[in-house]
Design a protein around this ligand. Structure first.
Ligand code: URP
Ligand code: ZN
Ligand code: ZN
Ligand code: ZN
Length: 474
């Protein structure tokens, strides 16, 4: 059924204005004052912002990691995302050396297709580069619309790739029109520091942070940036946690390198002291890169405000405290890395960013949605409010207050890293391609209704017909 969203304040990355939005067949068909149309469902948005749906470019749903599997899958994870105002996710598809890429991609389709309640796509991990892999990449782009490749510079003997692999991935990506993403930490040095710590009997969660100091992130970020410059390729640094790394990105950008950076809510709000919580609670706050000394937060906010960092990913990678995080009770290296963040990414950035005057309302939209759509080949179908775009929309009450808690969140895990934190601003209704997924704070979506998104090549615009899904038929 057609819908009209009335009297809301539409906010895009560049404009703020009051108008009605007419939606038909999943698309925005008209934007204007007092649209008159018969046979439509009227949705009142008086006193509310209408934002483009959030795009979370960094999730790990149902991902095997550290001897266990992330707790939130494509169903619970995307339901939680929708509650938070996110209408698309791009998840990391893991690959294994020597195995066909198509097999890994099929595994990810099987995990997601009957479960996701919002639209989704995949980044592809590159674990090795050789003739066989290079032969498969054009097809990955053409058939799957996967136009971003992820290289890990850390997690030695697990995911870590060497510099030759990174460099050759950058060259291939330039040629094929893909964006290379890096987890930038120096895995070799971390390996040495962690072994050294364990030998000294330093087993508590805080040593996770102390064995991955900012220098190892800054060094790897700078190295990746230099290699991207040498290859004249394009690079996206995920989960930037500290000033050292943000500065390396800014420096490379000042030289004209095509380099982009993402940070995450946890680095903007939490700090290294959380890892020192008693009774092993510090394990809840184990991310890689780790939480940093608090002063780094100002540097990260500043980088977002000045555009040196451009996006915010949740890095959703959730593990229960009981039964998963506690695998590392006697050895911090066995604590599965990551946390539950998909639900609160959007509202934390609004509450801590917009309402505290650190970023503007339009920057908020850019950072949570538009920039990711542009960098990852979804724009202008996703990431903005314009005629012809998908009607992925959030009706957001900017004054509503709530306290974040595991008791009330929708993620499948037994804790929330922001437990007890009060945030202002809340998604009340959320539409994916014109259908309610959240209606007046109630979930009304359907698992499997989310569509797989094929993405345009790096730097190219998505056309409406490109994005018709061939994996699922209507
Ligand atoms: O600690 C983290 N970030 N876990 C998720 C995997 C990754 O490195 O992104
Ligand atoms: Zn990572
Ligand atoms: Zn660029
Ligand atoms: Zn991640």
């Amino acid at each position: 059924m057609k819908k009209i969203i009335r009297n809301g304040t539409i906010v895009t990355a560049s404009e703020t204005y009051q108008a009605d939005i007419l939606i038909a067949n999943g698309k925005i068909v008209s934007i204007g004052k007092q649209i008159i149309e018969k046979g439509v469902e009227e949705v009142d948005a008086t006193g509310r912002y209408v934002f483009p749906g959030g795009i979370d470019p960094h999730t790990h749903l149902e991902m095997p990691f550290g001897g266990t599997v992330t707790k939130d899958d494509f169903e619970t994870g995307t339901i939680a995302a929708a509650f938070g105002g996110t209408t698309s996710v791009i998840d990391f598809c893991l690959t294994e050396k020597g195995k066909p890429l198509s097999q890994a991609i099929k595994t990810w389709h099987d995990k997601s297709k009957d479960k996701s309640v919002i639209d989704y796509s995949f980044h592809l991990m590159i674990s090795e580069i050789n003739d066989r892999v290079l032969e498969q990449l054009p097809e990955v782009i053409a058939q799957e619309g996967i136009t971003s490749f992820k290289v890990f510079m850390a997690y030695k003997n697990v995911f870590q790739a060497d510099d030759e692999t990174l460099y050759r991935t950058l060259l291939a990506a330039k040629e094929l029109g893909a964006l290379v993403m890096v987890h930038a930490e120096n895995g070799d040095v971390i390996e040495y520091l962690t072994k050294d710590a364990l030998q000294k009997g330093q087993t508590e969660p805080i040593y996770h942070a102390l064995t991955r100091p900012p220098e190892v992130e800054g060094e790897a970020t700078g190295r990746a940036a230099q290699l991207a410059g040498l290859a004249s390729s394009q690079l996206y640094v995920v989960h930037v946690s500290c000033k050292e790394a943000a500065d390396k990105i800014a420096e490379a950008r000042s030289k004209g390198f095509d380099i982009h950076g993402e940070t995450c809510p946890q680095y903007l709000v939490l700090d290294q002291t959380y890892l020192e919580k008693p009774n092993f609670e510090g394990a809840k706050y184990v991310w890689s890169p780790p939480l940093r000394e608090k002063w780094n937060q100002d540097a990260l906010w500043n980088a977002l405000r000045t555009g040196q960092l451009e996006t915010i990913g949740s890095d959703q990678c959730s593990f229960d405290f009981v039964g998963q995080k506690d695998l590392g009770r006697d050895d911090f290296t066995k604590i599965p890395n990551g946390g539950p963040m998909i639900e609160d990414r959007f509202s934390i950035l609004f509450s801590e960013g917009v309402l505290k005057g650190r970023i503007s309302l339009n920057q908020f939209v850019d950072i949570t949605s538009t920039k990711a759509a542009k960098l990852f080949g979804l724009f202008p179908n996703k990431g903005t409010i314009s005629v012809g775009a998908d009607a992925d929309l959030v009706i957001f009450n900017p004054t509503s207050k709530r306290t974040i808690s595991a008791e009330t969140h929708h993620m499948a895990v037994d804790y929330n890293a922001f437990e007890g934190m009060e945030v202002t601003g809340e998604a009340e209704s959320v539409f994916v391609r014109g259908e309610f997924v959240i209606k007046n704070k109630q979930f009304v979506g359907t698992p499997g209704s989310g569509k797989y998104m094929k993405r345009a090549k790096y730097g190219e615009m998505m056309t409406v017909s490109d994005q018709v899904d061939t994996v699922r038929s209507e």
